[in-house]
Design a protein around this ligand. Sequence first.
Ligand SMILES: [Fe+2]
Length: 222
Amino acid sequence: MTYDLRSAAPDRLSVQNAQPAGTTQAASVALAGVPSRAERSAPLMRLCDTLDAMFEACSHFPEPSHSTFFARSMRLALAGAAANPALLTAAQREGSIETYRRHLLAADPHGRYAIAALVWMPGQASPVHAHHTWCGYAVVDGTLSETVFEWRGEEECASATRTQARNRGAVSFVRGGRGAIHRLGNNSDAPAISLHIYGVAGTQMSTHVNDIVRTADTPALA
Ligand SMILES: [Fe+2]
């Protein structure tokens, strides 16, 4: 089954990459500008077409991310796109010395997903977080370190369970909720890049994805 929506779809990059003041991620991530149409790569367009087809195929599900087909297809789509060296432009591979940098690559005009590349310089890491929505990632270049946490409901905090290296090609997909809490970072001595897809509109990427949680070694607020 082939879906070619390129001619009919509105500009996937037309959604503004808003960063409201005071959001939880404002201090921890630098947002890059939205690239122009000319900067869209063929692999990125194919990824968008694949995602559109997945949503169409799962249209009978109240929540597509609960479908096994959706999860499996998302992992395959992430792996295929991340393995293509033409996915990202040079500008989309640029990092920041201040914090990890997020480049919005595409935003679904229907608000079903947003695609981003995250560039991690050595020593940079995300906060410990769960997710308000489904999300998936694949490592494009370099090696990331991922620490997985479990949620301790009675104490209302997260406790680390394991840390693993995530090398180029590693793929992950999780549904929203505190059943999947992690922290991604770059413990290597070289930059790393990851491709992320979130189940939100492009304008909500900074505010409706990460659910930052308290960890066991962080004092509770008085
Ligand atoms: Fe995450």
